[in-house]
Design a protein around this ligand. Sequence first.
Ligand code: ZN
Length: 163
Amino acid sequence: MAIRKIREIGDPILNKVSKEVTEITPRTKFLIDDMIETMYEADGVGLAAPQVGVLKRIVVIDTTGEDLLVLINPEIVETSGEQEGYEGCLSVPGKSGLVKRPNHVKVKAFNEHMEPIEVEGEELLARALCHELEHLDGHLYVERVEGDLVDNSELRAVDEEEN
Ligand code: ZN
């Protein structure tokens, strides 16, 4: 496995639409393993293949540190409710912004063995599913931010004042 370079906002690959995966080749397996390692190394809760420069519809998500999801050709099939919170992205380092998302999301996808799966999530997982899936269509959360992006250091300062 290897850590891959995370592409950052301004890199045109982040605005391209990724292609469906039709089969899991050894190369796809290496990509998935590298994405997992790269996400953990960067302390992220999710990573989409275009963020490491590969236009394939693959995302990895782990919102707790022990619930790894590998989603291939994922599609949102149901959403409900609403949540608003600060969101960040490994491709927009050091920044966060306020984004509204559904509070509950259901996704159908394939796992790394190309078996069909369904994933349901609330709160942070729902947010991560929406965020990562948008990467596959060339969108970044910054397009949805209400107000300005803030530096993560400012966000931490606010947290400390409130606590
Ligand atoms: Zn992102």
